[in-house]
Design a protein around this ligand. Structure first.
Ligand code: SAM
Ligand code: SF4
Length: 354
């Protein structure tokens, strides 16, 4: 499909292709327009990354999880309220049964021009099966998480994953025409020596790379202070070998980008702990049970499942969304300290969606 959407900059659309007026975005109490919805379509995953989950996880019972039709209803209500970008995540979004029916159904909002972007974050394990169909549904960019190019290390970090499958998935996505951004969580003494090789590998394939600091979300089996590597340090080290130029490039997310002169490619930094990015936060997060989190780093949330299931119309749902946005907090209070063994936020990243 061709979306036919006219884009002025990454956050504004000048017109819808069907001629209908564009909804104006919802504005939170701090004047930030909420234009970005991340949806965790499942809390389940075929990997058990050491920074994300414990090896033995108990997942949500199916009855608590929104059906694909219900997820469509909530997403569509947000689109009607001016959300321009939708990112499906998880857990692993591509392990949810029939997930492509949701992607296909949501792609109708791309066709009208109401939605500017439909995308997903994936571990890549299932991409070989879905790349082509994703492209057919109007998906143009995806994020693939990859923390190492070494088979053995990949097993150590993901516990259950197989690097060769992810590599095949990445190849299939590139062949289908999808732009890929690789997300790499920087882990001290684990994959820091691979940052430069992965950077070069990405840029040779015309893929952006974003480095992410570990965030203190959910109990895991390890001590997070052992994993935490401040990206300010990484940047200084990179500057010894490369020329990094700050650029205003934005993807709607919190990453700050530089261009690497030597490779001509882009490198993003997501630094929730060394640099507070909340002032430009444009997003809210929906879990697969219909809980709306107003901030990744805060526990305050709104239940959208009850109003959604209470009637077939969207009045109650819309009211609940409006009320929730009035509670969007100014920012998060992430902190990783050696004497503080409990996470800042109790839920795992796989619940809220990264
Ligand atoms: N399963 C998919 C994947 O791995 O891409 C989507 C969900 S995953 C929770 C989304 C992103 O969050 C991944 O890039 C992952 O590396 C990152 N992530 C998970 N736990 C994290 C943590 N505690 N701190 C920082 N990033 C984390
Ligand atoms: Fe699964 Fe993604 Fe979490 Fe890894 S980071 S365990 S792939 S949800």
């Amino acid at each position: 499909m061709g979306s036919g959407v006219k884009v002025v900059d990454s956050n504004k659309i000048v017109s819808r292709v069907d001629g209908l007026p564009q909804a104006s975005p919802i504005i939170d109490p701090f004047g930030r327009a909420v234009t970005y919805l991340r949806v965790s379509v499942t809390d389940r995953c075929d990997f058990r990354c050491v920074y994300c989950m414990s090896e033995n996880m108990s997942f949500l019972p199916k009855r608590d999880v929104l059906s694909l039709e219900e997820l469509d209803r909530v997403c569509s209500a947000f689109v009607e309220k001016g959300v321009r970008r939708l990112r499906l995540t998880g857990g692993e979004p591509l392990v949810r049964k029939n997930i492509m029916s949701l992607v296909r159904s949501l792609s109708r909002h791309m066709e009208t021009g109401a939605l500017q972007e439909l995308t997903l974050t994936t571990n890549g394990s299932q991409l070989s099966r879905f790349s082509k169909e994703l492209y057919e549904c109007g998906v143009r960019r995806i994020n693939v998480s990859l923390d190492t190019l070494n088979d053995q290390k990949f097993k150590t970090i993901t516990r259950w994953g197989e690097l060769s499958k992810v590599m095949a998935g990445i190849e299939s996505a590139l062949a289908a025409g999808l732009k890929i951004k690789i997300n790499m969580v920087a882990l001290k003494n684990e994959n820091d020596h691979e940052i430069v090789p992965i950077l070069k590998w990405c840029h040779e394939r015309d893929m952006d790379l974003t480095l992410i600091e570990t965030m203190p979300l959910g109990e895991i089996d390890e001590d997070r202070t052992d994993q935490y590597l401040p990206l300010s340090q990484v940047r200084s080290r990179l500057e010894e070998s490369f020329t990094l130029q700050d650029i205003p490039y934005k993807t709607g997310g919190p990453a700050r980008y530089v261009e690497i002169k030597e490779t001509g490619g882009r490198l993003g930094f997501i630094t929730p702990l060394t640099h507070n990015f909340c002032e430009s936060c444009n997003r809210v997060r929906l879990t697969c049970t219909g809980t709306l989190y107003l901030c990744l780093g805060q526990d305050d949330a709104a239940d959208l499942r009850a109003p959604l299931r209470a009637s077939s119309g969207n009045d109650l749902l819309n009211q609940a969304i409006d009320e929730a946005i009035t509670r969007k907090p100014k920012g998060h209070d992430f902190i990783i300290e050696r004497d503080k063994r409990t996470p800042s936020v109790g839920r795992h990243m796989s619940v809220t969606g990264g």
